[in-house]
Structures are given as structure tokens and as C-alpha cells.
Design a protein around this ligand. Structure first.
Ligand code: IDC
Length: 300
């Protein structure tokens, strides 16, 4: 719901790791994505590991912070929402558990929420994909970080991850966070992976959890492989039914099928079909449909 308690839905795209491809954070790319895809939110994937915010140099840390600030400012100028994503992922040792970089996380979220106190278009995703951890650890982390954000921003939406790469809503339902407003739980899916819509239906229909798909793809969870259109269609039908907001991975020209731009294309702001891989073309069609925009012949 929006601030007037009206039904509202976000649909967007995630950047690739900002330590690798910060160039996609620019005015023209965001503006074209807004106009041609019809998206209303961008997710800024700020990796903690893999040379990112916590595991790189001080210089990299500053660069990552500056890129996030730049992304927020561009989205704000374009009247878009933006998700600040603490992209912990577990490729680097320790990074699988959100508690591992708790100190850095609190420092970061305090700094960014203090800087953007007056904004009402920022959502905070405080842990991307915990794995090989318990929900109790995720919950403990959330209970440390949420008050830091709330101290500066009273009602910004906070997106909370969960075990098994943010796919374990059942554990959340048994022991949800209490005492905070405007909390949503994240769910990630890759349609050609062994994943089923039952978990989402259970979370929405039975457990009444507020759910946000902050990352998904149509291929394997590796980010590679063919798109599974049948599975995608059943997923989008469920998301439509429950008015669930969703973000797709990712804004990149690297070679995996989840990177929407054609491999190696230097045209970082051209979002026409000729510059996109199948995933980009398909996702553009999907978002335009959700947003009620005309579907051009090129998207049929
Ligand atoms: C992948 C990238 C890949 C990179 C890897 C590790 O596509 O190039 O080597 O991250 O950094 C996720 C993650 C997201 C993944 C994506 C696709 O949140 O960072 O990107 N994915 O594998 N969860 C499930 C899939």
C-alpha cells in the first residue's frame, strides 16, 4: 500500500554488482528503463564480499558508497523508487551469515539513512541472501539493524532476507519480527531452478506475511541457462494475484542469460530490443503488461 493506503506495486531491475559494473548507474540508462520498460524502481546491489563494500579497500568502500548515493539521486530526480541492497551472498567466507559484517552494516545504514533522512522513495534491503544459517541469526541481525534505520527514518520500508538464499518464508512465519512497522520479507526465485510457487501462496494466503520479490530470474539460479517460460508464467500469475512487487536480475552485458544486455555490448543505455538478450526483451514485455502500458509489435 502507498501512504494513502491505496494498492500499489513496484516492478524493477537490479544492477549487477556495483563493484564490477558501476557504469550502469547513470541518468540516461535509468530514464530509458523507466520510459521503455515501465519500471518504477531500481535496486542497487552493493556487494559486501567479492571485493565489495566490506572486503575491498577503503577506496573501494568509498566508491561503492558514492555509487549508491549517485543511484539514489538519479532515481529521485526521475521520480522513481530505489532499493539499497546490502548484497551479502556467501561467496566469500563468513559472508553467508549477515552477522559477520554486522558492525559494517550498522555503520553503513546509519550513514546512508542520515544522509537521506528526508527522502520517501528509498527501501532498505538489509541482507540479500543468507545461506547455511538459521532464521534466528537473520532475525538477531535484523533486530540490530532495523533500529539503526528507524533512528533516522521513521517509516521507510525495510526488506528482510531469510535463510536458503531468501527462500525460507516458512521459518519466518513461525517466528516473525514483532514490534516494527513497514517490514516486508524478501523472496528470491529463479524460474528454472527447482522452485515452486507454493511457498509464496502459503506465505500470502495462510501466513499473511508481506512479501517482496527483490530478485528473480527466468533461468537457473547460477544466472545461466535457458529461460523456462512455463514456470515464469505460473510465477507471474501468482505475483499478479497477490499484488507482489518484483525486481529482476540484472543490468549487465556480461555473458550469462540473466544479464539483460547483449554480451559485450558497449551501449549501456540502449534498452531497445536489438540491444537486449531474450531475458531483457521478455522482462520488458512483462513489466509493460503489469504497468498497463501498450505492448509494441517489437515486444509481441
Ligand atoms: C551472480 C552473478 C555472477 C557472480 C555471482 C557471485 O551473476 O556473475 O559471479 O553472482 O557474485 C543470486 C545473487 C546474485 C547472483 C545471481 C545469479 O543474489 O548476486 O549473481 N543470483 O547467479 N542469487 C541467486 C542467483
Amino acid at each position: 500500500m502507498d501512504k494513502n493506503n491505496e494498492k500499489f506495486r513496484l516492478a524493477g531491475i537490479s544492477t549487477f554488482g556495483l563493484q564490477w559494473q558501476p557504469e550502469y548507474v547513470n541518468e540516461v540508462t535509468f530514464e530509458n528503463l523507466k520510459n521503455e520498460f515501465g519500471i518504477n524502481v531500481i535496486r542497487l546491489a552493493m556487494y559486501t564480499g567479492e571485493g565489495g563494500y566490506c572486503s575491498g579497500t577503503e577506496k573501494m568502500k568509498q566508491q561503492m558508497y558514492d555509487t549508491v548515493v549517485k543511484g539514489i539521486n538519479i532515481a529521485t530526480d526521475l521520480n522513481m523508487y530505489v532499493i539499497v541492497d546490502w548484497h551479502m551472498l556467501g561467496v566469500d567466507e563468513g559472508d553467508n551469515n549477515p552477522l559477520y559484517y554486522l558492525k559494517e552494516s550498522k555503520e553503513f545504514f546509519n550513514k546512508i539513512t542520515n544522509e537521506f533522512k528526508d527522502h520517501d522513495n528509498i527501501l532498505f534491503e538489509i541482507m540479500n541472501e543468507p545461506c547455511y544459517v538459521t532464521w534466528q541469526d537473520c532475525k538477531t541481525y535484523a533486530e540490530e539493524v532495523i533500529p539503526v534505520i528507524r533512528n533516522n527514518m521513521k517509516d521507510a520500508i525495510i526488506l528482510v532476507g531469510n535463510p536458503q538464499w531468501s527462500s525460507d518464508l516458512a521459518s519466518v512465519a513461525k517466528d516473525p519480527l514483532v514490534g516494527y512497522d513497514n517490514i516486508m520479507y524478501t523472496f528470491h526465485f529463479y524460474a528454472n531452478d527447482n522452485c515452486h510457487t507454493d511457498k509464496i501462496i502459503q506465505a500470502c494466503e495462510k501466513d499473511h506475511l508481506p512479501v517482496f520479490i527483490t530478485e528473480h530470474g527466468g533461468m537457473d539460479a547460477s544466472g545461466y541457462g535457458d529461460l523456462n517460460f512455463e514456470s515464469l508464467t505460473s510465477w507471474y500469475n501468482v505475483l499478479d494475484k497477490y499484488n507482489i512487487s518484483f525486481i529482476a536480475w540484472s543490468l549487465s552485458n556480461l555473458n550469462s542469460s540473466s544479464c539483460m544486455f547483449k554480451t559485450g555490448s558497449p551501449k549501456i543505455d540502449d534498452v531497445s530490443d536489438s540491444n537486449l538478450k531474450t531475458w531483457g526483451i521478455y522482462y520488458k514485455f512483462r513489466v509493460r503488461k503489469v504497468m498497463g502500458l501498450p505492448i509494441g509489435s517489437e515486444n509481441k
